[in-house]
Write a protein that binds this ligand. Sequence first.
Ligand code: PLP
Length: 223
Amino acid sequence: MFPVKDNLHKVLSSLPEGVRLVAISKYHPAEFITAAYEEGQRVFGESHEQELRQKHEELPKDIEWHFIGHLQTNKVKYIVPYITMIEAVDSIKLLREIQKQAAKADRTVKVLLELHIAEEATKYGLTLDDCRQLLAEGEWREMKNVQICGLMMMASNTDDEQQIASEFQQAASFFDEVKAEFFADDDNFCERSWGMSDDYQIAVRNHSTMVRIGTMIFGPRVY
Ligand SMILES: *Cc1c(COP(=O)(O)O)cnc(C)c1O
C-alpha cells in the first residue's frame, strides 16, 4: 500500500495552526481511508455519489464526509442524510434542493459556495458577480436547514505560482467582502477551502482554512 500513514503525517505537520485537512479519498480503496482513520484523520472528501455511498456504509460512522465534486440535483437526496458538508454549491437551484432534502431528513447541512476564478473554461463555479447576486437576492436566509460556511475554489492548473497566488488572493479578498456584507454576525461563515496537493503551500500563505489533499496522501488515482 502507498505509505498513507507517513504521507498523512508529513502533510499534517506542514499545515499551520488553524488550517484543517480534508483528505481526498476519491478513487482510493476503503483500506486507504482506514489507514488514515487509524492515525486520527476524520475528515474525508469524495466526489461521486455512489462511491461515497459505499464507503459511508462500509466505514466508521464518525467520519465527516465532504462532498467536493459537482453535485447533480437528483443526487442530493442520497447524500443529505449523512453528509457533513457539500463544498461545491454553484447555483441557487442546488441550494434549494439541499434545503428541501435537509428539511425532510431533519438535518442541517453545511455548504460552501464554489467560486470560479481560474482561467480555465470550466462549467462549474460561480463568478464573483453571480455569487454576489445569489447572496444579495437573499433567498438563502430563509433556508433553515442549510448553513453557508464559506467559499471554495480551485486555482488554475498551471506551474505559474504567481498566477496561483493571485487567484487565491482574489478569493480571499472576495471572502472578506461577502463576510462584511452578508455574514458579519455569522460566525459559521469562516471557511476558505483552497489548496490541493500541488498548490496547498501557496494556499495556506493566502488565507486558506481548509485544504483538500488527495494525491500527496494516497498516491496517484487509478481511474
Ligand atoms: C480531486 C480533488 C482534489 C484533490 O486533488 P489532489 O491533487 O489529488 O490533491 C481537491 N479538490 C477537488 C475539488 C478535487 O476534485
